[in-house]
Design a protein around this ligand. Structure first.
Ligand code: GDP
Ligand code: IMO
Ligand code: MG
Length: 460
């Protein structure tokens, strides 16, 4: 293994990096294999050097992807994490839900920091628009469900970014707004007139039940809010599926960026405590229009331990000093909402399941440095459910809530590893930990991360 040094201006170093990652020719996806915040942003930034296009396929501003370069830290919510390279295309695919205010805020902020965001940043005309009423509906829906089910324990604990309501409207169709709808003022006025009539009726009912105040949403105010945002977005809008196919035809390489993570996938995650999109690698295809056989590499991003923000079962959660320590050393506070993340030991039952669902071809083990100094490292290899031991990940969140983790205990490593640039320089106990993961999952560890910076990356 050796250290990362690739940058946009160094194609040879980039090619060497992809070689060391043992990537097959063709396109690749970067996908979270836990409950999010595994370090996808860091890996996408690093790998972009070896690709031509970065395409986000799912989610919206619920994501928070951190990229640290030099002394700067970028917290990206909607803009793809390849944006630091001015010579690469960055695309928001049709599967993304775009909050126009948030994306314009990011465009403006990143331009102020000197980044290029013009013809290198494109938005699908088929993507759906997150409107202010979606955020309101998100909050009212959570409040109503908590009241209806009688307690906070039932709350999903969403990020409040309007994600669920926007995807719900996508499925309902008649109340949805797509990016293409924004580009025709006359059509948009008619569309929003109809949509707001339905929304105001729905939200008033929800607010009454949830005992919250509600003022009907005004059409003219909404159009006035949208108008300047649309003018910023207009030059970036394109048929992204066609663009990606042109790129593929021209022999360009695409890196697909996943938001959220496989355990939050609407179909395969810990339902109902999930988000509203297919965030596993399965979402790449519907979320961009690029078929399965094109994506020959799926890099599964895995934190060296487990975290979760929001509600839902988490078998290996720690409610003790070790959990606190992981949270403080790993700075485990949400990038999007600032909420403390729940922390615990690495769960290999869940990881085996998500690596399989997402078809991981390689694993990147992130934040290994956070575990330094712990005397022993526990790792969950099975669950006990109602007296039976099983290595299967249950489909039902109510069953997952009841499981007891079965742990193997491995020796910890005392030394700081943040300066390690070679695999061989890692402590023997860290080797043992990584090998245990690799053997259990049956997928090679292709990268280890020992700090937030690009340079703190070890490739095999
Ligand atoms: P994402 O949502 O998957 O992109 O992950 P986030 O950006 O939300 O959270 C990951 C956090 O860990 C960010 O603050 C990163 O800067 C940081 N990070 C990434 N890799 C490492 C690492 O190897 N070690 C440490 N200590 N921090 C890391
Ligand atoms: P990144 O891309 C961590 C969680 C929320 C909540 C549930 C549903 O940064 O890894 P939503 O607002 O999507 O309806 O919330 O999903 N969640 C995330 N947790 N990282 C994320 O994204 C997340 N995106 C959604 O906390 O429990
Ligand atoms: Mg995040």
């Amino acid at each position: 293994m050796s250290t990362a040094s690739a940058s946009a201006s160094d194609p040879q170093a980039a090619a060497a990096m992809l070689d060391r990652l043992n990537l097959k020719p063709g396109h690749a996806a970067v996908v979270g294999l836990q409950w999010g915040d595994e370090g996808k942003g860091k890996v996408v930034d690093l790998l972009t050097a070896g690709f031509d296009v970065v395409a986000r396929y799912n989610g919206g501003a619920n994501a928070g992807h951190t990229v640290c370069v030099g002394d700067k830290t970028y917290a990206l919510h909607l803009i793809p994490s390849g944006i630091l390279y001015p010579d690469k295309l960055n695309v928001l695919g049709n599967g993304v839900v775009v909050d126009p205010e948030q994306v314009v805020k990011e465009i403006t902020g990143l331009r102020e920091q000197g980044l290029k965001l013009d013809e290198n940043f494109l938005i699908s005309d088929r993507a759906h628009v997150v409107m202010p009423y979606h955020k309101l509906q998100d909050a009212l829906q959570e409040a109503a469900v908590v009241k209806g089910k009688g307690g906070d324990a039932n709350a999903i604990g969403t990020t409040g970014r309007g994600i669920g309501p926007c995807y719900a409207d996508k499925a309902l169709r008649s109340t949805a707004v797509r990016i293409a709808d924004l580009l025709d003022a006359e059509h948009l006025r008619g569309q929003l007139t109809a949509v707001l009539a339905v929304k105001n009726a729905t939200l008033a009912g929800l607010a009454t039940y949830a005992e919250r105040d509600f003022a009907p949403i005004d059409l003219e105010e909404t159009l006035a809010w949208l108008a300047p945002l649309i003018e910023v977005l207009r030059p970036h809008v394109t048929d992204s599926a066609r663009l990606l196919h042109q790129q593929i035809g021209d022999g360009k390489r695409i890196l697909f960026e996943g938001a959220n993570a496989t355990l939050l996938d609407i179909d395969h995650g810990t339902y109902p405590f999930v988000t509203s999109s297919n965030c596993s690698s399965l979402g790449v295809h519907t979320g961009t229009g690029v078929a399965g056989h094109h994506v020959s590499n799926v890099i599964g991003i895995v934190k060296a331990y487990q975290t979760r923000v929001g509600g839902g079962p988490m078998p290996t959660e720690l409610h003790d000093a070790t959990g606190e320590r992981i949270r403080e050393v790993g700075r485990e506070y949400g990038t999007t909402t600032g909420r403390p993340r729940r922390c615990g030991w690495l769960d290999l039952v869940a990881l085996k399941y998500t690596a399989t669902v997402s078809g991981a071809t390689g694993l990147a083990i992130m934040l290994l440095d956070v575990l330094a100094g712990l005397d022993e490292l526990k790792i969950c290899t099975a669950y006990t459910i109602d007296g039976q031991t099983s290595a299967n990940f249950p489909a039902d969140a109510r069953v997952l809530e009841r499981v007891e983790p079965v742990y193997e205990t491995l020796p910890g490593f005392a030394n700081d590893v943040t300066q390690c640039t070679e695999f061989d320089a890692l402590p023997t106990e860290a080797h043992g930990y990584l090998k245990f993961i690799e053997d259990f999952i049956g997928v090679p560890v292709v990268m280890v991360s020992v700090g937030p910076k690009r340079s703190q990356s070890i490739f095999r």
